[in-house]
Design a protein around this ligand. Sequence first.
Ligand code: NAI
Length: 308
Amino acid sequence: MKVTVVGAGAVGASCAEYIAIKDFASEVVILDIKEGYAEGKAMDLMQTASLNGFDTKITGSTSDYAKTADSHIAVITSGIPRKPGMTREELIGINAGIVKTVSSNLLEHSPNVIIIVVSNPMDTMTYLVHKTTGLPKNRIIGMGGALDSARFKYRLAEAMEAPISDIDGMVIGGHSDKGMVPLTSHATRNSIRVSEFLSDERLEQVAADTKVGGATLTGLLGTSAWYAPGAAVSALVQAIACDQKKMFPCSTMLEGEYGLNDICIGVPVILGKNGIEKIVDIPLSDAEKAKMQESAEGVTKTNGLLEL
Ligand code: NAI
C-alpha cells in the first residue's frame, strides 16, 4: 500500500508520521515544492523508525511526481494555512491553483488513486477536485469532520470530566467556524445522551468552543494546528488502506442526500478500500436540518469564488 502526501509542512509531515507509526503502509512518499524540504522531513522521519518500531519506507521529493507513481491513496495538504484572525475562506485564491495543479499531477502518475483533500477552504477544494478531475465521487474525500469531531469529543470530555474514550460524537456540515454542525443531540457518554450530564447552556458552550477549535489553536500557535489534523488524516488513510468500513464525517459530493445537491460538505460516510463506500443517512432534528442548510449556503457561496 503506497501513500503519497503532498505538502511536507506541519499537517503533511504530521500525517506522514502517524501513518508510519501505525505501520500499515509499505511506503509513504512526501512531496513539497520547497527545495529539499520533503527529502529532509522524510529522512528525519526515517531516523525515528528504529526508535518507534515501524517498517514503513518514507521517501521525499521536490515535486517529482514520477516518484508517486501507482499510489493507492494521496493526501493533498499543499497550500497556505491561515494566520490568526483569518478565515479558511480567505485562503481560496492561492490554494485553488495549487490544489488543481497537484491533483492533475497526481492522476497523471496514479490514475486509480483515492484523493484526500485537506487544504483549505477544504469543502470548496474538494468540490474543485471533483469539477476538474472528473473522478468518481467515491475517490474524492474531504477531511474536516473527523478533526472537528475529535475536537468536539475533547470538549465534551472536558465539560463532563470524563475519559475521552467514553465519549461519542460527530460534527457534520461545512469545515468552517460558522458552518460546523456539532450534533449535540446524538452525542453520548457510554451510550447515554450527553444531555443527561450537561445543561443546555453548557452543551451550547461545548458546541461553540468546538466550532472555533481551529481558530483557538491558530491564536495560540500563530499558525494552524497540525497534530490533530495529521492524526485525523491518518485515521482516514488507515480506514481505506485496511478496508475498515469505519464511519467518519467527510466532505463528499451530495446528490440529493440530506436534501442537498452539487455540493461537497461533511456528512457521515463509510470508508473502505474503495474510498467512500456509502453515505450514511442519520436522522437530524429540525434545528440540525436548518443549521445544515445554512452551512450549505455558506459553502455554496465560497464555491462561487472558484474560477471553474
Ligand atoms: P504549511 O505551510 O506548514 O505547509 C504547506 C506546505 O505546502 C509547505 O511546505 C509548502 O511549501 C507546500 N506547498 C505549497 N505549494 C505546493 C505545491 N504546489 N506543491 C507541493 N507543495 C506545495 O501548512 P499546514 O499547516 O501544513 O497546512 C496545510 C493546509 O492544510 C492549509 O491550507 C491549511 O489551512 C489546511 N488545513 C486543513 C485542515 C482540515 O481539517 N481540513 C486542518 C489543518 C490545516
